[in-house]
Write a new protein. Structure first.
Length: 434
């Protein structure tokens, strides 16, 4: 990712020397796509805004569609799904109006629209509809595997999942398929066997997928497979293996985030500031030229009045824009946190096996701090700590985990001993203060 970002920056710098604005915009789009892939959505949106200012729908149709597609990807990832669908629809309308020849781009718009619909009230049905539309444009083992996974997500049609999984395997035979697409098929096969409770087969496929993902440095897939392996071993009641992969997931997740923050942030933040500064300088130059023309027709007094009025209004507008941007970012973050919190609460109440994994993703520091106190804490104890952190009473914990309240009190007593808490220390307050 870092190399790709540096190459894109190289393109932009060289294009600027030759006044090739179109190539500059394409470089911004490329950077935006990379940042979206690694989860830096607000920065990605800033680069899209820069590209959007340069390219018009009449000038470079394909590039404009890619801008709309990337807006859709980012807003979908931020759970602003209605906004995501709005931009993807703009891309689809432009494609139809201008008769763009790239069918691959149309297929990509459909896939992203499927992803956006997955988190709306329409959910799986609309998602599958657009996935099938993409599949009609061009078949691939990858798309068949993705459709199989969609059926498995809801556990609603195991026969359909099996059918598309078999189609994916058949389509792959005799064809040159990328290692990444093969890993996605292996992951889908693992998900299938996990859903029919053949857990050992699922583990075999997950491990094969993991080896490919590690070799290719596909960090997002590596994290996901660690999570899937932890959940599967949990279902096999192999507590130590489940805990082992949970620790791998946690450690790997933290290390990857540190790498991205250290390398990518340094590359991107400085470059973004320089690009925005360049745009401001161009706007200033335009203002000076305009002012020079006005000086030919108006008096000195009139110019002074105009200049200071414009400057004052500009400052007010800038302040308003900054406030609006800050409010938008705050609302996005608040919405994202609310959705994640509700999801964690729901998983806890359903006693879902993935509760601890999701809690760890949303509140990574809690389990990390607990494991610093005692690295030997097992998953069941970490889950109990998570419920305490969420302020569930003993009665609630007993209800959701299907045990007696007395059993919960016993578990709390053992947990206090493992955490070496002094007598009289409030367990809820201690964990909350982590």
């Amino acid at each position: 990712m870092e190399q790709a970002l540096m190459l894109s920056i190289d393109i932009i710098e060289k294009a600027k020397k030759h006044n090739e604005d179109d190539a500059v915009a394409l470089g911004y789009i490329q950077i935006s796509g990379i940042l979206c892939t690694i989860g830096k959505h607000l920065e990605s949106l800033q680069y899209l805004d820069l590209a959007d200012q340069i390219i018009s729908e009449e000038k470079l149709v394909t590039a404009k569609i890619k801008i709309y597609e990337n807006y859709g990807r980012n807003y979908s990832a931020l759970k602003l799904n209605d906004k995501s669908i709005k931009f993807l629809n703009k891309g689809l309308r432009l494609y139809e109006t201008k008769k763009t020849t790239s069918s691959e781009l149309l297929a990509t718009l459909y896939i992203n629209k499927a992803s956006a619909f997955l988190n709306t009230k329409h959910k799986i049905d609309s998602s599958l509809f657009y996935l099938h539309k993409s599949l009609k444009i061009k078949e691939s083992s990858f798309k068949y595997a993705v459709i199989s996974n969609y059926y498995l997500k809801t556990n609603r049609n195991i026969d359909s999942a099996r059918y598309y999984l078999n189609k994916s395997k058949m389509f792959m035979q005799g064809k040159k398929v990328s290692a990444y697409h093969k890993s996605i098929l292996l992951q889908a096969q693992g998900n299938f066997y996990k859903s029919i409770k053949e857990y050992q087969k699922a583990i075999d496929y997950y491990e094969e997928c993991l080896n490919i993902s590690i070799r290719m440095k596909k960090y997002i897939e590596v994290k996901l497979v660690y999570k899937l392996l932890s959940e599967t071993y949990e279902l096999l009641n192999q507590e130590s293996r489940a805990h082992e992969y949970l620790l791998k997931y946690t450690t790997f997740n933290d290390s990857v985030n540190i790498i991205y923050k250290k390398n990518v942030d340094v590359v991107i933040s400085g470059f973004l500031k320089s690009q925005e500064q360049n745009h401001k300088e161009k706007e200033k130059q335009f203002s000076y030229l305009l002012g020079g023309g006005i000086l030919l027709f108006i008096t000195i007094t009139g110019f002074v009045i105009y200049y200071y009025r414009k400057k004052r209004l500009g400052l007010i507008k800038d302040k308003e824009n900054v406030i609006k941007q800050k409010n938008l970012e705050r609302d996005k973050l608040k919405q994202k946190l609310n959705v994640a919190f509700d999801e964690v609460i729901s998983l806890a109440k359903e006693n879902d096996a993935s509760f601890l994994i999701r809690f760890q993703e949303v509140y990574p520091k809690v389990c990390a701090k607990l494991l610093e106190v005692n690295p030997k804490l097992v998953n069941t104890e970490l889950s109990l700590c998570a419920m305490i952190w969420l302020n569930f009473s003993s009665k609630n914990i007993a209800q959701y985990t299907h045990v007696q309240p007395k059993t919960v009190q016993t578990k709390k007593y053992r947990l206090r001993k493992k955490l070496d808490l002094p007598e009289g220390t409030n367990l809820y307050v201690w964990i909350k203060n982590l």
